[in-house]
Design a protein around this ligand. Sequence first.
Ligand code: SF4
Length: 184
Amino acid sequence: MVKLIFLLTREIIKNKMNIYKEGLERYPKVIIFWGNFLIILWILLGTIACRFFCPLIALIYLLFAVAMIGFVLRKLLCTNCYYYKRRCSLGWGKLSALFFKGGSIEKFNAGYGQKLASLTYGLLTVIPVIFIGILISQEFVIFKVIILILLLVVSIYSGVINRKKTCLKCKMRLICPGCAVKQS
Ligand code: SF4
């Protein structure tokens, strides 16, 4: 009886919250693998770029990335997402369920989770680009230029092109302000 009431309530909230019905219930593993691979590569290139400048800054950058992407944003966003306990485009709905209690979709846009997400991904590119840019302006080293170019290519591909592809099929695309596809 309790389960029936729970399922009914969830259906009412889903309908009320404008869930994108054509969206995928669960994303294929290959998309999840590719999305995570790109983000790990992004953080790795950023860490290498910071390492050229100062090992301590590289460590702080890496710890910041892991703490924000692995925990803080999962707590603030994924616990209130339709994909909580489900396989979203990054699989983080399942990851967040390992650490945090679920919330409700109505709270998805409440609080500062969305703003923190944009700030986090922005900093993960801007910080290493500034540091390696300073070094290249002082001394032109081809390997550092390659790292800079790779960092820009991977972060733009992951943060814009690949995200657009996954947002297209996302159940949250009508609710999520961070959605990369224009709503028709
Ligand atoms: S779609 Fe985004 S907010 Fe929702 S569970 Fe996946 S990573 Fe978290």
